[in-house]
Design a protein around this ligand. Structure first.
Ligand code: FAD
Length: 330
């Protein structure tokens, strides 16, 4: 077999559903695979996951390497790492991508250690140099002030975790053809050092920003927690999800799961209201791919206007109540 072939994407499955980031990575991986003229493969692990392989092909994969085993029913570092490492040693992928989710990050770092290769974490841009066959994985560095492109010159596979919502999934195509290769994985429950006893879902999560179509985000310009209630009121009026900047979260006006930006969520809603937000780079990296951005800020030079589709220069405490009244009339 030719050494170091193909681009692999780890297909993360939660409650029988493929995570959105895995589909996005199939879209990104397809472009890289076409540029390198190599196959794109999805690596699908779990129990009773056979039916999912068709979806992986519909979203761009040429091959699905599948391991269907009771030990792989729920994510565990040890079991998944052993299965993935066995596959990677057998087929020798050139590039291997994972979603930068809690499980994706955990698995990627364990696999990188076991395969003695490098890993670029939390990337937001991917490209490939076809001549040198090098993955160019870029990520914000130095507090988001620069984009660093990281190369893994010596070791293979070249691995990266990629943030959810920054790559685009392809439109699914049911007519796409692909091959499903079922791998025999030798895992014994008795050999596993960890057991999942129970999964306790977080109940305090108030927002699902990553899935929201409309987001009303507020910044320190809202003055205090009381002033920030105007953000909640506008969001409630139009059925939007509330988000905010890190400064707002640090001030205790919002919980951390509602923070947008480099150290918070990356969002791509259809409409993003940025109210009393200056537009620091660390915030902008998390929302700049929104389809339509409406910024309200009293400073006409605020950097948020550089990424806004529509900008309203003025006091949020005058503009937002008027917006709420108008929306209520609709
Ligand atoms: P400010 O920068 O203080 O801006 C307030 C804005 O409100 C100003 O533009 C002002 O003109 C406007 N304003 C004031 N009063 C009114 C009014 N009455 N009406 C209208 N406008 C008004 N930030 C994030 O958001 N997310 C992150 O994930 C993140 N990660 C970071 C990671 C690192 C390593 C670092 C160093 C920083 C990070 N930050 C992050 C912080 C970031 O640099 C900014 O400090 C932060 O985004 C600013 O928040 P803000 O816009 O709410 O506040």
């Amino acid at each position: 077999m030719e050494e170091n072939r193909g681009i692999w994407v780890f297909i993360e499955v939660t409650d029988g559903k493929v995570e959105g980031v895995s589909l996005e990575l199939l879209g990104a991986g397809r472009k890289l695979a076409d540029k390198l003229e190599v196959p794109l493969a999805g690596v699908l692990l779990g129990h009773d996951v056979r039916k999912i392989s068709a979806k992986v092909i519909e979203y761009g994969a040429d091959i699905v390497y599948m391991a269907d085993h009771a030990v792989l029913e729920l994510y565990r570092t040890e079991a998944f790492m052993k299965a993935v490492v066995a596959m990677a040693e057998k087929y020798k992928p050139e590039i291997f991508l994972y979603g930068a989710t809690p499980n994706g990050k955990d698995l990627a770092s364990a696999v990188a250690t076991d395969l003695s290769t490098g890993l670029t974490a939390d990337t937001t841009m991917l490209d490939v140099d076809p001549e040198k066959r090098l993955l160019e994985a870029s990520r914000p560095a130095f507090g988001g002030n620069i984009m660093a492109t990281i190369l893994c010159k010596k070791h293979r596979p070249q691995m990266a975790t990629v943030r959810p919502k920054v790559m685009k999934a392809l439109e699914p195509d049911a007519s796409r053809k692909g091959e499903v290769i079922e791998e025999e994985i030798h895992l014994e429950e008795s050999e596993m050092r960890t057991k999942v006893l129970q999964i306790v879902k977080e109940t305090t999560k108030t927002a699902n920003l990553a899935e929201a179509h409309v987001i009303v985000a507020g910044g320190k310009g809202m003055g205090d927690k009381n002033g920030f209630m105007l953000i909640h009121e506008l969001a409630k009026t139009i059925g939007a999800t509330v988000g905010g900047t890190r400064d707002v979260v640090e001030a205790g006006w919002l919980p951390h799961d509602q923070q947008i930006g480099q150290t918070g969520e990356t969002v791509t809603p259809k409409i993003y209201f940025a109210i009393g937000i200056s537009g620091a780079i660390q915030h902008v990296v998390g929302m700049k791919n929104s389809e339509l951005i409406i910024a309200i800020n009293k400073d006409p030079d605020a950097p948020i206007f550089d990424v806004a589709t529509y900008g309203l220069v003025g006091d949020a405490f005058e503009i937002v109540p008027q917006l709420i009244e108008k929306f209520k009339e609709l």
